[in-house]
Design a protein around this ligand. Structure first.
Ligand SMILES: O=C1O[C@H](COP(=O)(O)O)[C@@H](O)[C@H](O)[C@H]1O
Length: 249
């Protein structure tokens, strides 16, 4: 990473979601003027989904060539298809279904992690998601070149499904299964820290007073076992997009 993370403060959660959406659309427009395709990693969580809904409302949504955009997830809850806990379903409802139906996003560009099947263990499912990622890697690489990778920040300073003090934090490779997530549901698939840190831009999104302690620890250089959120970064830029309450203001 070049330099320290940039912290951008918004007055409240609604303005933050609108700001993330405007920033994402502007970034995609800028990138599309120089390269294609684009790989975007979306996040679950309150503000992550609110930001996707804000993209759908933003008039700039019509300016993007969505046929050349690919969507991935930083983590997924390993639950059955259609379970309301799936980050996929929430993102589809907030934005992706609309992009497919009205803006030319090819359904094949939406790259979901597997849904729970009782014959497939979570680690095997995580490996399958890793293979999908691998198919879109540039020659010699193992992952797509992520242009923007968004992460919600949990009140315990977790990102994706990488939780403080959890063995998943030190796993290598592209993806890993999580069997005992401290936040329900217990089974999850996540990108590893190493995989996240290959992204060009990493955007961490946090809002509300319940996140203030996590944000303070992450920005205050707490060790990875205490604040995984402080140990993710983009190779070109790391942005913290937050509201005032999450900074304790
Ligand atoms: O479980 C998860 O939680 C985090 C953060 O969620 P939030 O509601 O506290 O913002 C989210 O980033 C992650 O994708 C999700 O699986």
């Amino acid at each position: 990473m070049t330099g320290s993370p940039l912290v951008v403060v918004h007055p409240d959660a609604t303005t933050l979601a609108d700001g993330v959406a405007a920033r994402l659309l502007t970034r995609l427009l800028d990138i599309q003027s120089v390269r294609s395709p684009i790989h975007v990693v979306v996040t679950g969580g309150t503000l992550g989904i609110a930001s996707l809904a804000a993209v759908a409302r933003n008039p700039l949504v019509s300016a993007i060539d969505w046929s050349a955009v690919h969507f991935w997830w930083g983590d997924e809850r390993y639950v059955p298809a259609g379970d309301p806990d799936r980050n996929e379903g929430q993102a589809r409802a907030a934005l992706l279904d609309f992009l497919v139906s009205s803006h030319g996003l090819p359904p094949r560009n939406v790259h979901v992690a597997p849904c729970f099947r009782d014959t497939v263990g979570v680690e095997e499912a995580a490996l399958a998601y890793g293979s999908d990622l691998n198919e879109f890697a540039p020659v010699g690489g193992s992952l797509p070149s992520f242009d923007v990778l968004m992460l919600g920040v949990g009140p315990d300073a977790h990102v994706a499904s990488l939780f403080p003090g959890h063995p998943g934090l030190s796993r290598t490779g592209i993806t890993t299964g999580i069997e005992d997530s401290p936040k329900p549901p217990p089974l999850r698939i996540t990108l590893t820290l190493d995989a996240i840190n290959t992204a060009r831009e990493v955007w961490l999104i946090a809002s509300g007073a319940s996140k203030a302690d996590a944000v303070a620890r992450a920005l205050g250089s707490a060790p990875v076992d205490e604040a995984p959120a402080g140990h993710v970064h983009g190779t070109e830029r790391t942005l913290w997009l937050v509201d005032a309450a999450s900074l304790g203001e």
